[in-house]
Structures are given as structure tokens and as C-alpha cells.
Ligand binder design. Structure first.
Ligand code: SAM
Length: 378
């Protein structure tokens, strides 16, 4: 289950965070297809000619598989980076340098090979191809891969419009490869971060390409915004901050609180920072922005209020594991009397989980789709 067999070696790969679901692996058929497509000779030549870039490696299967060729693994997820670090160690690859960088950092010039796992959204793919376009050359080999059902005409059209002529392989185990020849294409302006106005305010909300609710306010977040706590003091956390819209309004309603914006996505945290800088620069001094996994690394008994619209995905997988972890961490990190405020779809039954952990929970508001729950750490 955790063993990926390659032509000349095998890798032991685990997801991070780990899961009890035996059907979830740390790699997929697209990873296997990519790794089987590139011969050792091609990889050696590529490594000698320039950087090898890997984009959107979920748990490090590609980076570990190509460890001999010093790839640079680039993604937006701290969890993917952590999975890669752990799998690197598990497979005793420490004698190879591990290069990890986030997608907002500058890309190396003239890479020889770019390997792309097609990301979940077209927006992220568009952003990544536009960034690549600034550094690739006609000699850069570009190979992408994804599940057949995730590769649409619109996916291929982006490769074609931004980088050059694009073809696909036959499907293998429901995965497909995409090959693009870099050519001259008319310039396209990078539209990210995109901006939308927040109703009933003067705020303009900026969103980097991979951010949740990139195109408009999430309806769950809208409901929580209407019911945010006010006049709280101490440390408030916008946990899983996305573009930071909850924390931004919390700054306005809680002038004496400090705000920590926390997310595992680099683009989310960068968007939150941009949104405070541009909409409430007077409050920057009482804000912190941190890329992190749930509340890992945050002191116990140190937080007064946590606001959270919990995630229901990890990468492509629908799961409430991360929400659960956030609730457990909230229990550890809240001071006595500290409050956890959650918005969730009614059918998710968060109140059952919260009751189990905290002993009770209060419904602050509800409508036909959502509930807002407040739980006090006693
Ligand atoms: C439902 S979205 C809410 C975003 C924003 N607060 C809003 O209401 O529009 C959940 C957020 O949790 C973040 N997230 C997912 N897993 C996380 C983790 N392990 N640690 C921290 N944040 C995480 C996602 O990147 C996403 O931004």
C-alpha cells in the first residue's frame, strides 16, 4: 500500500497528515506515468543542462523519485512540503539536497525540464503557466500529468495559449500526460491576485491564484461575518484564513485584539497580508501572518478567540480530518474561557465533534444551510 515500485528502485511513501483511510495513497497513477516516462539518460542530460522543476507534487513521490537529479519542488502547500521532507527521510535520501520552494518565490531561469502535476483549479494552472512563461526557453521540456477526468479542453487550451503547441498521451490507469513545446505566444497579462469588493464595506479583497473563495465571498464566510464576535481582547486567530476576510472584519470589530492569520497555503497567507496592508494599514502592527499546519507550534493556553471556516478538503480528497485536528488543537491552545467560533454546513454535524471535545457548544445563529457554533474552553 505504501510501496511505489519504479523501474530500478522502490519508494516507501506516506501521506502527511497520515490517514486511517486504507484507500488513500501518497501517489497516484499520474505520478507513476510521469516517473515511467523519463529515462535515467534523459534526466541526467536535463540535470546537466539546467534546473529540473516539479510543480504541485502532493506528497513528494515525484521529488523522491527524481532525487538523483536535484529537482526543485515548487508548490503552494506547507503540508505537501512537509510530506516531501518526511518521505525524503523515510527513503534515506538525506545525502541528496532537497530543494523546496513556494509558488510565489522567483523561479529559476531557463529550466531544462518542467514536470507539472495539473493542479485542482484552472486559476492555479493559469498562474503557474504564466509564471513559467517568463523563465522557460524553447529548449525547456514541459511534461504535465493528471487524471483523465481532470484534464479538460480548457486545461489543454491554457497550455496551448500560454506556452505553445500541446498534445496528450494515451491514457494509462486513468491518467494522461500532456506535452507542450514552448513557442512564441502573444503576451497575456497575469491577472493574479484577482480582486473583488466586500459587500457593505469599502474593502477590496485580493486573492492569489490558489486561494479559497478567489472569485467571490464564500457563503459560509458571509454568514460568519454577519455574526462575528465584537469587542474581544487578547489574541484572536483566523484559522485557515484563506484571503483573510474573517480576520480583516474582526480587526474592525475588535479594536483591542491582536490577530494571527494562519493557513497552510502560502498564497492564502500572502493574500491575507495584502488585504490588511491595503484595507486596514493602520492595524498592521497588531497582526501576524503565519504559514502553518492547523495550530502546530502555537503555545498551549495562549489564544483568546479562534475564528474558523474549516477546510473540507486536503488537496483533491474530501475529508474532515483537518477540521478535527483544528478542533483538537483549539482545545489545547485556547486559554480557559477562550472561545472557538465555527461556521459549517448544517449536515457536517460539527456540534457533535465539539461537544465530545469541549463538553458543550452553543448555536449562535443558523439558517437553512449553515450553523455558527461557539464553544468555550472551560
Ligand atoms: C473553507 S476555507 C476558509 C477560508 C477563509 N477563512 C474563508 O472563510 O473564506 C479553509 C481554509 O483552510 C486552509 N487549510 C486547509 N488545511 C489546513 C491546515 N492543515 N492548516 C491550516 N489551514 C488549512 C485552506 O487552505 C483554506 O484556506
Amino acid at each position: 500500500m505504501n510501496l511505489l515500485n519504479l523501474d530500478t528502485s522502490e519508494l516507501t511513501l506516506h501521506r502527511y497528515p497520515s490517514t486511517n483511510d486504507p484507500n488513500l495513497q501518497a501517489w497516484d497513477a499520474a505520478d507513476e506515468y510521469l516517473l515511467s516516462e523519463l529515462t535515467a539518460e534523459q534526466l541526467q542530460t536535463a540535470a546537466a543542462q539546467g534546473a529540473i522543476l516539479i510543480l504541485n507534487d502532493s506528497f513528494g513521490a515525484l521529488a523522491c523519485g527524481l532525487a538523483n537529479y536535484q529537482p526543485i519542488s515548487i508548490c503552494d502547500s506547507l503540508l505537501s512540503q512537509e510530506a516531501t521532507r518526511r518521505n525524503w527521510q523515510t527513503n534515506e535520501l538525506e545525502n541528496h539536497p532537497l530543494h523546496l520552494q513556494d509558488m510565489l518565490a522567483p523561479l529559476p531561469a531557463a529550466p531544462s525540464l518542467v514536470i507539472i502535476k495539473v493542479p485542482k483549479t484552472l486559476a492555479m494552472l493559469e498562474y503557474q503557466l504564466l509564471r513559467l512563461r517568463d523563465v522557460v526557453t524553447p529548449d525547456t521540456r514541459i511534461i504535465a500529468a493528471g487524471k483523465v477526468k481532470e484534464i479538460h479542453n480548457s486545461t489543454l487550451a491554457l497550455f496551448e495559449q500560454i506556452l505553445g503547441t500541446t498534445k496528450t498521451s494515451l491514457a494509462r490507469k486513468k491518467a494522461r500526460l500532456i506535452y507542450t513545446q514552448v513557442e512564441d505566444r502573444p503576451a497575456i497579462v497575469n491577472p493574479y491576485p484577482t480582486i473583488w469588493p466586500l459587500d457593505n464595506t469599502d474593502y477590496q479583497i485580493a486573492n492569489h491564484a490558489n486561494v479559497f473563495a478567489r472569485a467571490s465571498l464564500d457563503i459560509g464566510a458571509r454568514f460568519l461575518l454577519e455574526n462575528l464576535p465584537r469587542q474581544k481582547r487578547g489574541v484572536m486567530v483566523d484559522l485557515g484564513c484563506g484571503n483573510g476576510v474573517l480576520g480583516l472584519m474582526a480587526l474592525e470589530y475588535n479594536p483591542e485584539a491582536e490577530l494571527l492569520f494562519l493557513d497552510e497555503s502560502y498564497m492564502a497567507v500572502a493574500s491575507s497580508q495584502l488585504n490588511v496592508e491595503q484595507n486596514r494599514p493602520q492595524d498592521l502592527a497588531r497582526c501576524r501572518f503565519q504559514v502553518g499546519h492547523s495550530l502546530n507550534g502555537i503555545d498551549s493556553n495562549s489564544i483568546d478567540v479562534i475564528l474558523c471556516n474549516p477546510p473540507f478538503h486536503q488537496l483533491q480528497t474530501i475529508t474532515d480530518d483537518i477540521a478535527w485536528q483544528m478542533f483538537r488543537d483549539a482545545k489545547r491552545c485556547l486559554k480557559r474561557g477562550g472561545e472557538l467560533w465555527i461556521v459549517g454546513n448544517r449536515h457536517l454535524d460539527y456540534h457533535i465533534k465539539l461537544k465530545r471535545l469541549f463538553g458543550g457548544t452553543e448555536c449562535i445563529a443558523s439558517n437553512s444551510k449553515f450553523v455558527i457554533l461557539r464553544t468555550i474552553n472551560r
